[in-house]
Design a protein around this ligand. Structure first.
Ligand code: HEM
Length: 436
């Protein structure tokens, strides 16, 4: 049987989990991979696995690997084989020159100015979803996080409103087929959805009349200056935007809600209502619950990382999740402490949730804006966490919640008003005295 796409990465991650004494698909590991990642990063920053693959856990070492041209994919153009044994299907799997060329074509569509232009729409989607959530028991992931992430991606891809219901259905299946063994639906349904997804963009490309210029899709369709346009490249890029942006944003939104609602004495919501601190809240969630746990690379030449020799072709796993809780960089790395991002100096060390170097996440500004605006809207009708268990996705690369049970409050309840300086006018509920 032919090897499945993504298999070498999955095997290496599986080996790492085993090496750390757990099983990849164990619900206990999915719920809390840090129980083995944190002791491993404390032990040493770089671990050589029995197969020869190298797991990089320390913050400094991860940052080095992500920024150093000695680590990459080994493919310079689309559809070449990478050193990880995969066919390069997007810019994420390319090294220069292909990466530089493709990235420069789409980067300007993710500039801060462009992204800020989406703010109103993110708030409108969030408000509409919140209005739809009936009072009582609910699940934050399907009720709010998933539909919001999908609407935002649809805005970015320029999907027309009349096509969104069908598009969302197919796009969800396409995403399910990406990260093995996440497949809960049969392969055939996924293959059909993938076909319709590509067909949709083919049709859009064929029908494009060169006038509308307001979305990424249209901008990409304009093609390079010389008028040439590679349809495969365009479709590949749209697939990447969906795959890179959907699960990760759902994960960020759900973990943000979990941390903010779970903080004692209403402290989380008080911070979320403070315009001067809301960005620190989101940064801390990104650090503490890195949606992308690993950013796989191969050594493209013989090299060394933290004194460990790495031969060309070696699979290298920079574990962003471990690096973001490296005790050598963060005090109390497992604690939710947004204020650490307000400090300057080493205490504010940059987390690696969006990667670093040439492949730094193109959607970082959009993801931050989405989480901040969603949180602002949710603060008007904050759902409460329940005691029911939360469930995690069975994914290799992206760690995200599949279910986060909540209770939605009545619609008429509104949040305490905030002063113009952002401080809550009504005090958060008093914390009960700690038990003796
Ligand atoms: C919380 C949300 C997100 C997280 C945590 C995240 C994380 C990451 C990480 C870690 C990388 C680098 C991977 C590597 O170096 O191998 C990356 C790359 C990328 N991300 Fe994101 N991402 C998020 C949201 C988004 C969104 C919303 C979009 C666009 C709609 C997006 C588009 C991309 C693209 C295009 C790349 C590839 C960049 C390149 O290869 O040059 N991401 N992301």
């Amino acid at each position: 049987m032919a090897a499945r796409e993504g298999e070498p990465i999955r095997q290496a991650v599986e080996e790492l989990t085993c090496f750390l004494g757990m099983r990849l698909e164990d619900p206990a590991f999915l719920a809390d991979p840090y129980q083995c990642l944190t002791p491993a990063v404390r032990e040493r920053p770089v671990h050589v696995l029995p197969s020869g693959a190298v797991a990089v856990l320390g913050h400094h070492a991860c940052s080095h690997v992500l920024r150093d041209g000695a680590f990459g994919q080994g493919a310079g153009e689309l559809y070449e084989m990478t050193l990880l044994g995969l066919r390069a299907r997007s810019l994420l799997q390319l090294d220069p020159p292909g990466h530089t060329r493709l990235r420069s074509r789409i980067a300007r569509h993710f500039s801060t100015r462009r992204v800020h232009g989406l703010a109103e729409s993110v708030s409108a989607h969030s408000n509409a979803l919140l209005r739809q959530c009936p009072q009582g028991p609910g699940d934050f992931v399907p009720d709010f996080a998933e539909p919001l992430a999908m609407s935002v991606i649809s805005d970015v891809l320029g999907v027309a409103h009349e096509h969104r219901t069908a598009f969302h259905r197919d796009a969800r299946l396409v995403v399910q087929g990406l990260d093995q063994p996440a497949r809960s639906t049969d392969d055939r349904a996924i293959a059909q959805a993938r076909f319709r997804f590509m067909h949709y963009f083919h049709q859009r490309i064929k029908a494009w009349d060169g006038t509308a210029r307001d979305s990424s899709l249209n901008a990409l369709l304009e093609g390079p200056e010389d008028g040439t346009r590679d349809i495969r490249e365009v479709i590949t890029t749209f697939s990447l935007l969906l795959s890179a942006g959907y699960d990760t944003t759902v994960s960020l939104l759900s973990h943000t809600l979990a941390e903010v609602s779970g903080a004692p004495c209403g402290r989380g919501w008080a911070l979320a209502r403070d315009p001067g601190r809301i960005d620190a809240v989101v940064e801390e969630v990104l650090r503490l619950h890195s949606p992308a746990q690993v950013a796989p690379r191969a050594a493209v030449r013989d090299t060394v990382v933290e004194g460990v020799k790495v031969a060309r072709g070696t699979i290298v796993l920079p574990l962003l999740a471990a690096a973001n809780r490296d005790p050598a960089v963060y005090d109390e790395p497992d604690a939710f402490r947004p204020e650490r991002h307000l400090a300057s100096g080493p205490a504010a060390a940059r987390h690696l949730a969006f990667g670093a170097g040439a492949h730094f996440c193109l959607g970082a500004a959009l993801a931050r804006l989405t989480a901040q605006h969603a949180l602002t809207v949710l603060a008007d009708r904050p759902p409460q966490l329940t005691r029911q268990p939360r469930l995690y996705q069975n994914n290799v690369v992206v760690r995200g919640l599949r279910s986060l049970p909540v209770t939605w409050p009545p619609h008429h309840e509104s949040a305490p008003a905030t002063s113009s300086a952002g401080a809550p006018l009504l005090a958060a509920p008093a914390c009960p005295a700690p038990a003796e």
